[in-house]
Design a binder for this molecule. Sequence first.
Ligand code: UD1
Length: 423
Amino acid sequence: MDCLEITGGARLRGAIEINGSKNAALPILAATIFCEGETILRRVPDLADVRQMIRILEKLGLSFEWLGPGAVKVRVEDEMNCHAEYREVSKMRASVCVMGPLLAKRKQAQVAMPGGCAIGDRPVDLHIQGMLALGADFDLVNGDMVLRAKRLKGTEIFLGGAFGSTVTGTANVMMAAVLAEGRTIIESAACEPEISDLAEFLNKCGAQITGHGTPRVTIDGVQSLRGCEHTILPDRIEAGTFAMAAAITNGDLLLKNARIEHMLAVVDRLRKIGVIVERAETGISVSSSRRLEPVEITTQPYPGFPTDLQAQIMALLCLADGNSVVCEKVFPDRYLHVAELNRMGARLRKEGPTVIVQGVKRLVGAPVMASDLRASAGLVLAGLIAKGKTMVRRAYHIDRGYEKIEEKLNAVGADIRRVDEEL
Ligand code: UD1
């Protein structure tokens, strides 16, 4: 099993190119189920999760042809199959994004109910609530959600839950509504830039969506969608991770393509910590050369601080000069990295959804276990500064969301080797 062996201590300097966003690419790939003719997507990141989504879509009758790095041509060949099976869905929760397009376009969706995962329960009740509101029939058969509707009907839907808005839930309901009869209004919609990118893709295909990027999205149903060309927006989570890599190593990185306007909560916290973050002509520059100040972080739906960067900023705060507080308001159980960071000399104490981070002078290398995608990114960051060697086991988690992370970091001075280790 792949393992990342990191020798800590190097200052990172140079430029890193930020990829297309994973969380935008996944629902946009699912949305190609709608498209008549050809669709060409550019800056599609080469990630395990993207390959998994493509495998699912191939089973649903779509064909994919790679035109070059990041560029893929998609075509719907056969619309008979409407079943995304448990074997596939259990590997990646975002597969649930095929539900909206299948139901709207093929009048039926059979999608395995995703289970929990390392970061918590992760229910899909809001997705189903939205489909029911649009007039779908719902049944649970052998662990599959089976939805049917001859034609969905536009309506007003409140999509907020106990933890705020839902990202893939908004994507699903928005997609289901694009071919519905009449107008749909989603209230408490997720405002994430990835939802806006999906809406812009759908509009290029002929959909009529307005208000995306705000909590109130309006969708006027149309008869059909045709393929288009679209470039996936840059990944703000990858950019945020590398920004913290610059900060934790006292380095200096230019994050090419990164969009500061999508990262204001992250920039705000980094600046409070004492990191220099500036808009550059081609992206964002991040540097640090002074002691780190402790801060309070609360994760929230966009535009708040993203839960997907919570583990990474916690690694950074381990080295701050004082006590920080991290409160996880999106996935309150998303703390599997805490015990692993403590194995590296961090002083973290979890109290319910909150972690008190007592700053330490240094971290020390250790074998640690990656438990989920972003937790492993946090461990890699800790490894970059830890004294000695850190072995991040189960590196496949990190490959789900970061393309060639060791190559990118080594190119700016890190010392990371991918090794095969028997567990
Ligand atoms: C998406 C992102 C993931 C990110 C998360 C939160 C993708 C592919 N994944 O995941 O990287 O960490 O947003 O920013 O874009 N909830 C319900 N009922 C539902 C759906 C969600 O209660 O039907 C709750 C969840 O348990 C969680 C909160 O709502 O507490 C937000 O989850 P959600 O936005 O749906 O996360 P995902 O879309 O799965």
